[in-house]
Design a protein around this ligand. Structure first.
Ligand code: SF4
Length: 73
């Protein structure tokens, strides 16, 4: 599953990296959410590819994101 974070709209609430720490993390410099390096597409921290076993927690994070900036397709 491909995942995109519109990082400019992230409010750093922490829900995604608390719900799915295997896929999301907080960027230490700008405090916004990003995809952990292992699952990134290229070098873009805002785009990643989630393996099937992480689909449930990634989808849950997208559903819970108060800013609705996580897109899964
Ligand atoms: S749940 Fe949404 S607003 Fe909260 S840290 Fe993650 S991407 Fe940002």
């Amino acid at each position: 599953m491909n995942v995109t974070i519109d990082r400019s709209g992230c409010v750093s609430c922490g829900t995604c990296w608390e719900t799915c720490p295997a896929f999301f993390e907080q960027n230490p410099d700008d405090s916004f959410s990003q995809v952990i390096e292992h699952y990134r597409m290229g070098k873009n921290p805002a785009e990643g590819s989630a393996p099937p076993e992480l689909d449930p927690c990634v989808t849950e994070s997208a559903d819970l994101c108060p800013a609705q900036v996580i897109r899964c397709e």
